[in-house]
Design a protein around this ligand. Structure first.
Ligand SMILES: [Zn+2]
Length: 340
């Protein structure tokens, strides 16, 4: 992991007047600065201004660490990946600064000082929140939601084991999913719901969902990203305008989102399609109404849209994967031919 020096001073000429400026990196802000930050950028905060000409950010925007009441914040200086942000937190926000032991260390990450200022000024405003630890690996938003939806439908249809198998199959192929908190919670919930009977589809033929889940935890847990931040809750928060409930004016998204490779996305979509078909089959067998197909249809469309951009080798791999999952040809089911 890349390390950031814990304390550092940056010295350079002010971009506006050229006079010599020294700025701490990161800029440290305390509770007593809350009123100033709430008025930002109209307020004067010493370290964010040039001492000679008063220009804001004389050396360019700097990351700020704010030690508030019950939580701390980090504001970003520009586009950053999830791992870069977590590394900054690990280096700049030591546990001992959080005060009382036992309570969780809450770090809220904001795109800018302006966003943090808005939250300090409007503590009741809504925020769009993401668990930043789930952003360390390549991200899978739509895919996670679609899988959880299908799995929920299986739970509702009282096919609990299927609900677990749908999620566990994906995690087995792509352990990244395990580190997305929504996915992990859903996996645990479905494992518990799947009960004491061994799974009809089980690796060794005699495990319950919970047995398998516990094995997965044991196998994957040691590989969790940035384990030194285990006792931290880290949220990426974008405040929403109090009146309109939309992102505040001028707000930018600085979290760099990394997409999985084409082939991995396609494989997950195929899994979603198969899971949907399997679920419908199970529900029909029990004379229960089948689930709505909107999510699957979307995946099917995405798959079709990507297909022409895949190399022949990738298509062949996907064909083999589909065959492994369903025993059928991708060409026969979706008309997708690896050679065309
Ligand atoms: Zn200046």
């Amino acid at each position: 992991m890349e390390t950031y020096p814990t304390e550092m001073t940056v010295t350079a000429p002010c971009a506006n007047c050229g006079s010599h400026v020294s700025v701490p990196l990161p800029i440290q802000l305390e509770l007593i600065h809350a009123d100033f930050i709430a008025k930002w950028p109209a307020s004067r905060l010493e370290d964010t201004m040039c001492g000679s000409c008063g220009a804001v950010w004389p050396l360019g925007e700097m990351p700020c660490v704010y030690w508030g009441d019950g939580w701390a914040a980090l504001t970003l200086d520009g586009p950053r990946t999830g791992i870069e942000i977590l590394t900054q937190i690990a280096n700049w926000m030591p546990v001992h600064r959080f005060g009382s032991a036992g309570s969780p260390f809450i770090v809220r990450v904001f795109d800018s000082l302006k966003d943090l200022g808005y939250v300090l000024k409007h503590p009741e405003c809504s925020v769009f929140r993401e668990d930043l630890k789930g952003r360390v690996t390549r991200h899978w938003d739509d895919e996670v939601l679609a899988l959880i939806d299908i799995s929920d439908a299986a739970l509702e249809g009282r096919v609990e084991w299927l609900s677990y198998v749908i999620l566990a199959g994906v995690v087995q192929d792509y352990p990244e999913f395990f580190f997305i908190s929504q996915m992990r919670n859903a996996l645990e919930l479905t494992a518990l719901a799947s009960g004491d009977e061994s799974l009809p589809i089980s690796a060794d033929g005699a495990s319950t969902g919970l047995d398998e889940y516990n094995q997965t935890v044991k196998a994957l847990e040691p590989h969790r990203p940035v384990s030194e931040l285990d006792s931290y809750h880290i949220w990426y928060d974008a405040p929403l305008d109090e009146n309109t409930e939309r992102p505040i004016e001028g707000s930018v998204t600085r979290l760099i989102r990394q997409s999985p490779p084409n082939i991995d996305l396609c494989k997950v979509w195929l899994r979603i399609l198969v899971a949907g078909a399997f679920l419908r089959h199970e529900l029909t067998k029990r004379k229960l109404p089948a689930t709505q197909r909107a999510k699957e249809w979307l995946c099917e469309e995405k798959l079709r849209a990507r297909w022409p951009h895949l190399a022949v080798a990738e298509r062949t791999k996907l064909g083999a994967y589909f065959q492994e999952l369903t025993g059928r040809e991708l060409k026969d089911v979706y008309g997708l031919d690896s050679r065309v």
